[in-house]
Design a protein around this ligand. Structure first.
Ligand code: NAD
Ligand code: DAU
Length: 353
């Protein structure tokens, strides 16, 4: 197979590329990435010389370039992860999210349709797999309800609205043109190589520097956390064995209130740094809440477990321990991706209370 992975230089994409390059030496893996602030080829330095790995810098919104790559490599499968992914950035610049997440996905779909329909076998043996988020379902109350594959879409942020729109376009290409598509909606990922604007790497980096930890609102919002390598394994399983035109939810059955997770994180970082217990607790700083902040996400991934046999492999405490160890052992990676502009962005967006 010749598989195009978009956004392969980003956080989740780099784990998917690494898994496929190592596990499937007979596949050609083509990583198409624009290398925005979130894309970093250092995430893939360990596999960049493999014969079955190819990188091409391109924008998914550029139809001609995308079409040429599809035909140059005779692409048979697409795993689409490229996106603008950070909710806070979407609040500041929604147009960037509409451009990449909506128009970029539509451009990729149309280029794939045109290329595959030009071949004698058309869609036979082809697959367009779109990676989406649980945020399209909106927010849950503080009870025991879960997002299922049948939960109504109800996005609240420009990010989740743009992902919802892209999901609808993917399904429309199946229903209208017969393209073999799959959509998955996953919960919050954590692990190595995540850009330190997202909660876990941002807070590890700030604890390391003794800087304030900006907790939005009262820290009561709940997220369902999944180790990124478990998500990559789920993507592998679904890409190969998932049913066309189906949706699968992917989650960790692992809900945490932000403030509770932050305390676990502080404990773990302090332990790794040899600090006394509770040393960095004073860094917790409650700040103005994120506008439209979704209260709670929680995924029901029973369908994926029952139909395809996937389940998370890692307990959260072990995943957090591995994650903290990775960031503390790779300070150069953190320093390289943390720019002055990025810090300025946070200073202007949220005011300390
Ligand atoms: P990320 O921001 O770390 O990486 C995104 C990648 O896409 C980067 O390498 C970036 O350079 C690339 N990219 C951005 N715009 C592009 C464009 N126009 N053309 C080509 N490449 C472009 O994102 P992530 O956290 O790894 O998320 C990957 C995907 O998974 C996204 O679609 C996201 O919506 C989805 N997702 C993320 C999470 C999570 O917790 N991070 C959870 C569920 C779903
Ligand atoms: O649910 C899946 C989604 O998870 C993905 O689709 C997104 O791409 C990904 O960014 C993530 O979105 P969140 O908004 O949930 O993640 P984030 O790490 O930004 O925030 C996690 C929680 O922590 C959220 O309730 C907001 C809060 N938070 C975040 C930051 C960055 C803080 O309290 N302080 C912070 O500084």
């Amino acid at each position: 197979m010749n598989i195009l992975i978009t956004g392969g230089a980003g956080f989740i994409g780099s784990h998917v590329v690494r898994l496929f390059v190592k596990k499937y030496p007979t596949y050609n893996i083509i990583n198409l990435d624009k290398l925005t602030y979130a894309g970093n080829l250092a995430n893939l330095s360990d596999i960049e010389d493999n014969n079955n790995y190819h990188f091409t810098r391109a924008d998914i919104c550029d139809y001609d370039t995308v079409y040429n790559i599809l035909s140059q490599y005779n692409i048979t499968g697409i795993i689409h992860l490229a996106a603008e992914s950070h909710v806070d950035r979407s609040i500041r610049d929604p147009f960037a999210f509409a451009r990449t997440n909506v128009m970029g996905t539509l451009t990729l779909l149309q280029a794939a349709r045109t290329y595959w329909e030009s071949l004698p076998e058309r869609y036979d043996g082809k697959r367009f797999y779109h990676i989406s988020t649980d945020e399209v379902y909106g927010a849950l109350p503080f009870d025991d309800t879960l997002f299922t594959e049948n939960t109504r879409y109800n996005p609240h942020s420009p990010y989740s609205a743009s992902k919802a729109a892209s999901d609808h376009f993917v399904r429309a290409y199946h229903d209208t043109y017969g393209m073999p598509t799959i959509v998955t909606n996953c919960s919050n990922n954590y692990g190595p190589y995540q850009f330190p604007e997202k909660l876990i790497p941002l807070f590890i980096n700030n604890i390391r520097h003794g800087k304030p930890l900006p907790v939005y609102g009262k820290g009561e919002n709940v997220r369902d956390w999944l180790f990124v390598e478990d998500h990559a394994r789920a993507i592998d399983t679904i890409f190969h064995n998932g049913t066309i035109n189906e949706t699968y939810n992917i989650g960790g059955f692992n809900e945490w209130r932000n403030i509770d997770l932050i305390k676990v994180l502080i404990d773990t970082v302090d332990r790794h740094l040899g600090n006394p217990a509770g040393h960095s607790l004073h860094l917790i700083t409650y700040v103005t809440d994120r506008p439209g902040h979704d209260l709670r996400y929680a995924i029901d991934s029973t369908k994926l477990r029952d139909e395809l046999g996937w389940q998370p492999s890692l307990q959260f405490e072990e995943g957090i321990d591995r994650t903290v160890a990775w960031y503390l052992n790779n300070p150069q990676w953190l320093d390289n991706v943390t720019s002055g502009e990025y810090l300025h962005y946070y200073e202007t967006m949220y005011n300390n209370r």
